[in-house]
Write a protein that binds this ligand. Structure first.
Ligand code: BJW
Ligand code: ZN
Length: 259
């Protein structure tokens, strides 16, 4: 009898272009909390209450406190076997093929680790929701490397822009904010050109990112989903592999991580 894993491996073996869309679940085994589900809440706030421009206008200290906590936590995390398997697969196949909703930079770190002396570009992801290690001025939009130790004591001690004096914020995409049009167009184009979209560790609730795999399907391609639970994309998937990304991806993508 053919297992789901064998079936998924044979779809990937027959494919010319495989794109991946990842979410918070791929970083869970690195110790980065997901947004929804167990351990997904910070001080009982839901992401929809903190990751918004309104929340930042109303209470920038609390929003910065959340991001400062997450920056510190992520700095202590390392890419796991799931990130490594995707990076090695992307480097083997060539062509930019990882799209992530994550802002934690772990795919980029895995790309550098997997590429050795080679150019890591093929495994550097398209980051549709920005990057937590950069700041952006909430007034003039100037971008800067993220301030390391944000002092959240008072609004006046939060980081401010060298150019215009406006308040800095993390360079990430909040609810009701548009995604960078060039970045999201590149993500959709990549998925449209693929014959397989590997969807890993996302609840597929947040749009437009959650719609990306559907363009692969609309062009006759397959979704292969790796998750611990069903999502709104499961019924569109040719194969749904239930399990942890760090365990499933190395065997799915045939990566020997023993050395
Ligand atoms: C494992 C695992 C393991 C665990 N292995 N798996 C269409 C329909 C409906 C609504 C909308 C729509 N289009 C737009 C909207 C509105 C809104 C939206 O989608 N709302 C829904 C919630 C209803 N979208 C937006 O507002 C977007 N903007 C927009 O559309 O703008 C339009 C506009 C145009 C012009 C002018 C103005 C506006 C922006 C969305 C931004 C989302 N931002 C966040 C925060 C980013 C910064 C930060 O990190 O702080 O992005 S919210 C948060 O959710 C974050 C994530 O990237 C995103 C998705 O979460 P993800 O990755 O799926 O994580 P979880 O926690 O939800 O799921 C984890 C999964 O992993 C689970 O399934 C687990 O089972 C699994 N798992 N361990 C494998 N080991
Ligand atoms: Zn500014």
């Amino acid at each position: 009898m053919t297992s789901d894993l064998d079936c998924a491996r044979s779809i990937i073996a027959d494919a010319t272009r495989v794109v991946s869309l990842t979410g918070a679940g791929i970083s869970a085994e690195s110790g980065v909390p997901t947004f929804r589900g167990p351990g997904g809440l910070w001080k009982s706030f839901r992401p929809e209450e903190l990751a918004t421009p309104d929340a930042f206008r109303r209470d920038p200290q609390t929003v910065w406190e959340w991001y400062a906590w997450r920056r510190g936590l992520i700095a202590d995390c390392a890419p796991n076997a799931g990130h490594a398997a995707l990076a090695e697969f992307a480097l083997r196949r060539g062509g930019k093929s990882i799209i992530t909703q994550n802002v934690d930079g772990l795919h980029t770190r895995a790309a550098r680790e997997a590429s050795g002396q080679a150019d890591p570009d093929a495994a550097v992801p398209i980051e549709v929701h920005g990057a937590i290690d950069r700041d952006k001025c909430s007034s003039c939009g100037a971008r800067t490397p993220g301030v390391a130790d944000v002092d959240v004591q008072a609004a006046a001690t939060l980081p401010h822009c060298d150019v215009c004096g406006g308040m800095l914020r993390p360079d990430v995409v909040w609810f009701r904010e548009p995604l960078d049009p060039d970045v999201i167009a590149r993500a959709f184009d990549t998925a449209r050109a693929a014959d397989v979209c590997l969807v890993v560790g996302t609840s597929a609730l947040v749009h437009p990112a959650a719609s990306i795999p559907m363009v692969t399907v609309e062009r006759g391609g397959h979704i292969i989903e790796v998750n611990m639970e069903d999502t709104p994309l499961t019924s569109f998937a040719s194969v749904s592999l239930k399990g942890a990304a760090g365990q499933v991806l190395p065997s799915l993508l045939d990566v020997d991580l023993s050395n």
